[in-house]
Design a protein. Structure first.
Ligand SMILES: [Zn+2]
Length: 498
């Protein structure tokens, strides 16, 4: 038997960043402390109330679908998906069934690993729907009551369904990371997984070929409600093993048993069987008579297209060329988000040295941000100031080492010196004597002294021990702080060779 190919498709639910819910004026803000405070007759499903579509939610959906290379339907409608559950007061969810507003797109991702290979993952459709509320079960063990919070009921969701094009759990994770980055660049969602703004269901099965050439596929399993990318990867890794063992035991293949719905127990790292999955026919979908269908004009589409930003993938390509950076460097910068990439570009332009700017931003700035738990917008050294500091390296006014000292000092003096300006850089350079010594006469005088005081090192060097020169350079640098080490080395070696 051939080794199995893993077939994965993902359904991602993204909460759109609107002020109000999708069919009423209630706030869609996350509010777990005041249950049911953000409700009205529409999202409570009271008789006689009528929903009205939130135009902004539709616009954010279209924006995302365009970025995912989808076709936008000129005509789309709303359908009722009927099922009973206590967190769904109307007894149906307003969704889109046979005429979603967009379909047939793709997202390009980098294959996991260092191959540099690009993979195009198909998007079957993206449609809009409303979220349900949340059941709160008493987990204290004392009581037996369950309560329901409908603050989330009616929050706008965008469901993005991929083709089963993903070939490994790692690739599924890479797709989710790229999708999340795109959504945050577009500012359509905050993608906060803790607050449930991004949720994922994964469909997975295995394709194999028997010795007689017969093609075998294992039954499809849907793993529901995965709340972190790591859990998506772990649940899929577990399923790949489990399905192979299951097939070896039972010989059951696709079509012989119904599609199975499973949950994931993160603590034990295993998936477990859940209730049977309904088929579309069980939901008795029909067009919602309370909502008018939506016609999408080309003027509206033009307006949405104009509001689009540069996408992460395009930005990586452009920045790699513009600043002569490696694929690794641009990935680190772009993947930190739009504000971080903007910060980098401003620094790079000011100091005219992309590589230097990238080193500082991805190492020094990122490290300090993480240690201080700051976002780039909160980071006290603004791009204009860092750009000014790095420009002094380009112009050979300070060494890289001295610039690092200034950087550390700027941050340590924070309490008294906010907002930090280029003037503070001048001050620190003056106070610490960090200005690069360009006066060769002064350097030569110090070098002469150091050589006179260190006959042993000089003798070692002259007997062929090249390393001995390091000790001499160190002593010179100690006396003349702002000296350029490259220059000092040249002068010391020249002097020793006489
Ligand atoms: Zn409401």
């Amino acid at each position: 038997m051939s080794s199995p190919t893993t077939i994965i498709g993902l359904e991602v639910h993204v909460q759109l960043q609107t002020q109000s819910k999708i069919f009423c004026g209630c706030s869609s803000a996350y509010n777990p402390t005041h249950p049911n405070a953000q409700t009205c007759p529409v999202c409570l499903g009271l008789p006689g109330s009528l929903p009205v579509m939130n135009r902004r939610a539709f616009e954010l959906g279209v924006k995302t679908a365009i970025a995912l290379n989808c076709d936008i339907a000129p005509f789309t409608k709303w359908d009722r998906k009927q099922y009973y559950y206590p967190d769904l007061p109307k007894g149906y969810q307003i969704s889109q069934f046979d005429l979603p507003f967009s379909d047939d797109g793709f997202l390009e991702i980098d294959a996991p690993g260092d191959s540099g290979e690009k993979r195009r993952i198909g998007i079957i459709r993206a449609h809009l729907e409303e979220d349900a509320g949340k059941n709160m079960h008493d987990e204290s063990g004392r009581g037996t009551d369950s309560q329901v919070d409908l603050n989330r009921a009616g929050t706008p969701l965008l469901e993005i369904v991929s083709q089963p094009d993903l070939r490994s759990p790692a690739e599924a994770k890479a797709y989710l990371e790229e999708l999340k980055l795109l959504l945050t660049y577009l500012e359509v969602s905050d993608c906060n997984m803790q607050e449930g703004s991004l949720r994922c269901d994964a469909n997975v099965n295995l394709h194999m070929e028997a010795e007689d050439g017969q093609k075998i596929a294992t039954p499809i399993v849907e793993v529901k409600n995965l709340n972190s990318f790591r859990n998506v990867e772990l649940a899929l890794e577990y399923e790949v093993k489990r399905q192979l063992e299951q097939w070896q035991k039972t010989g059951q293949t696709l079509g012989e048993v119904a599609k199975e719905t499973r949950g994931f127990d993160a603590a034990r790292g295993v998936t477990f069987a859940q209730r049977g999955k309904e088929e579309a026919s069980d939901y008795r979908y029909f067009p919602d008579p309370d909502l008018v269908p939506v016609t999408v004009s080309s003027a509206f589409l033009d307006q949405v297209r104009e509001s689009l930003c540069e996408f992460p993938a395009d930005r990586r390509k452009r920045m790699a060329v513009a600043y002569q950076l490696s694929d690794y460097d641009v990935r680190v910068i772009v993947d930190q988000g739009r504000a971080f990439a903007n910060y980098f570009e401003e620094v790079a332009k000011l100091c005219s040295d992309g590589k230097q700017a990238s080193n500082w931003v991805t190492q020094d700035v990122l490290r300090e941000m993480n240690e201080r738990r700051l976002t780039i917008d909160e980071f006290p050294i603004r791009a204009a100031v860092l750009g000014n500091l790095l420009e002094r390296i380009t112009k050979k006014q300070v060494t890289i080492k001295s610039a690092r000292e200034v950087f550390v000092e700027l941050l340590s003096e924070l309490h008294s010196r906010t907002p930090i300006s280029a003037h503070h850089i001048d001050q620190i350079i003056a106070e610490k004597g960090l200005a690069l010594v360009t006066d060769t006469g002064e350097l030569e005088r110090v070098i002469g002294e150091v050589i006179a005081k260190n006959p042993k090192a000089v003798a070692d060097f002259q007997s062929g021990k090249q390393a001995a020169v390091g000790a001499l350079i160190g002593q010179v640098m100690k006396s003349v702080k702002g000296a350029d080490p490259q220059k000092v080395r040249e002068l010391v070696v020249a002097k020793l060779r006489g």
